[in-house]
Design a protein around this ligand. Structure first.
Ligand code: UTP
Length: 306
């Protein structure tokens, strides 16, 4: 079955970024001149997912406004003769058909995904975390969809991290899948997963493979989530549901694979990673890149030991 729906959870509290996120969702913080969540919706759109469900919280209005037409602003830009800015504000409304559902309270990522049940129905779907930026040059999501199409079940994105950082992520025991099973992907990039743990102690981590914010899920995940109680931090954890998916028979929609991502990725809900994302994307920016890079080189050269 072709995958057409993407779910973008954006209802978390963003406590790591307070006070900036007191009144503004972290997903709307700009990375240069585009809100983080727009990069995520662009990625879904590029992978052919044109039906996007945003899971929002109390700041729903601002996120939805960003993906809506802004007729008043468009009229002003038209009058002023500013076609590039006009195109920039229109494009976010043209990326996909945007839907929204409100998560009543931030009870965890698993609970946020469960809020998508009525919209998604019985189809496989993708989940893209609204604060997780993946390098636009890497076809990660397309590769994950290819793995689902070949091997069935559900698929997560994996990244190797230094062992001491694994406690920040979900981690999984992984066994390489034969390269011929999914033609076209880089050799050694597809794994069969078992024994998933959310934010494990370093000594107890099943591997150095961290689960990052992209998922392709079989709809059986909804019944599993309905039956998943609060886990780490008192939240309903998606990782706990994934661990159970790995144990369900393929004929019933179970089975879990991972695709290794080796490109650049930024968790914009983390202040340091956010700053790295801004610097990297500013340096690559078509208008600002060259001036910004020269300034940055001077700044670094003039600040020894900083
Ligand atoms: P995070 O793990 O970054 O959690 O969520 P958080 O609560 O938003 O942030 P901190 O730790 O307090 O700083 C990952 C993604 O899942 C969404 C977030 O909005 C983010 O896109 N999320 C998380 C929800 O939609 N609902 C939740 O209950 C929790």
């Amino acid at each position: 079955m072709t995958i057409t729906k993407a779910v973008v959870p954006a209802a978390g509290l963003g406590t790591r970024f307070l006070p900036a996120t007191k009144a503004i969702p972290k997903e709307l913080l700009p990375v240069v001149d585009v809100p983080a969540i727009e990069y995520v919706v662009r990625e879904a759109s590029r992978a052919g997912l044109r039906d996007v469900l945003l899971i929002t919280g109390k700041t729903k209005g601002a996120i939805l406004d960003h993906f809506d037409r802004a007729w008043d602003l468009e009229a002003v830009l038209e009058d002023k003769g500013e076609p590039e800015r006009l195109a920039a504000i229109r494009s976010s409304a043209e990326l996909a058909t945007i839907h929204a559902v409100r998560q009543s309270a931030p009870r965890g990522l698993g609970h946020a995904v469960l809020c998508a049940k009525a919209h998604v129905g019985r189809e496989p779907f993708a989940v893209l975390l609204g604060d997780d930026l993946i390098d636009a040059r890497d076809p990660l999501l397309t590769n994950m969809i290819a793995v689902r199409e070949r091997l069935g079940g559900s698929v997560v994105a994996l990244m190797r991290v230094p062992r001491e950082q694994i406690s920040l992520y979900g981690s999984a025991a992984a066994e390489l899948v034969d390269d011929a099973a999914v033609p076209g992907l880089a050799p050694g990039s597809v794994f069969r997963l078992s024994h998933l743990v959310e934010k494990p102690l370093v000594a107890e981590a099943p591997s150095d493979l961290a689960i990052i914010g992209r998922y392709v899920l079989d709809p059986v995940v909804f019944s599993v989530l309905e039956d998943t109680g609060p886990g780490r931090g008192g939240e309903i954890q998606l990782t706990d549901a994934l661990a159970r998916l790995a144990d369900i028979a393929p004929a019933a929609g179970g089975g879990l694979h991972g695709v290794l991502f080796t490109g650049r990725r930024y968790d914009t809900g983390d202040r340091l990673d956010y700053l790295k994302a801004v610097v990297r994307l500013a340096a690559d920016h078509p208008e600002l890149g060259s001036e910004f890079s020269s300034w940055l080189a001077e700044f670094v050269a003039g600040s020894p030991g900083r």
